[in-house]
Design a protein around this ligand. Structure first.
Ligand SMILES: [Zn+2]
Length: 223
């Protein structure tokens, strides 16, 4: 079972991917983690990526696909994975599709978390980050004011520049123009897409997704 969690920034892709990974017992692959891991391992591709990132450039698609391929080849990913944060463009989707065909990964389900734009902006502008452990929290996760729920640091919570309204609006515009066409690409290539409102209660959404995954798995067994 190969799941791709798709949706606008701030819709909760990472949160759902993490829950799905635990309940389905298949690895959660985020491109950020892949990059960090490759750099930490100082693999050939990792060193290449580090050099590019250190110069302030974006890691090119070809390199990102190579890193993903390396990760897919890991025995841990053989039974399935949950991909989060990729693809972000139609070109990336096409490369990924080719790679999955090459590796005979057929059972691909796209989970599309939809969201009202103003709700996303509200959610993200209210987020706080911890200056000590770098964790990010929504307001509802903060139990005591000015105390990090993760590491307990005092007075370390702050609003990140990335979470300013104009920055978020801009990221949403980029998503709509560059990333949203990916859905159309997947549809044209006969991929199954499960759409769900990403802004409800986290557990309710997880249950509905798991239900859809189960149905999808059964259909695949029958056909
Ligand atoms: Zn902290």
């Amino acid at each position: 079972m190969f799941l791709i969690v798709f949706g606008a920034p701030g819709v909760g892709k990472g949160t759902q991917a993490k829950i799905l990974s635990e309940r389905l017992n298949i690895p959660h692959i985020s491109t950020g983690d892949i990059l960090r891991q490759a750099v930490a391992d100082a693999s050939e591709l990792g060193l290449k990526a580090k050099k590019i990132m250190d110069s302030g450039e974006l890691v090119p698609d070809s390199l990102m696909i190579s890193l993903i391929k390396e990760n897919f080849s890991n025995p841990k990913s053989a039974k399935g994975f949950i991909l989060d944060g990729f693809p972000r463009t139609v070109a990336q989707a096409a490369s990924l599709d080719n790679l999955m065909n090459e590796l005979k990964m057929n059972n691909v389900l796209i989970i599309y978390l939809t969201a009202n734009e103003d709700e996303i902006v509200k959610r993200l502008t209210q987020r706080l980050a911890c200056s000590e452990c770098k964790s990010i929290f929504s307001l509802s996760e903060i139990i005591e004011p000015d105390v990090c729920p993760n590491c307990g640091a005092l007075n370390g919570l702050y609003h990140r520049n990335d979470d300013k309204e104009d920055v978020i609006r801009n990221r949403i515009e980029v998503f709509k123009s560059a990333t949203l066409p990916v859905l159309n690409y997947f549809e044209l290539n006969n991929k199954k897409i499960f759409e769900i409102d990403g802004l409800g209660a986290i557990e309710d959404i997880a249950v509905e997704i798991l239900d859809a995954v189960e149905k999808f798995a059964k259909e695949k067994v029958v056909t």
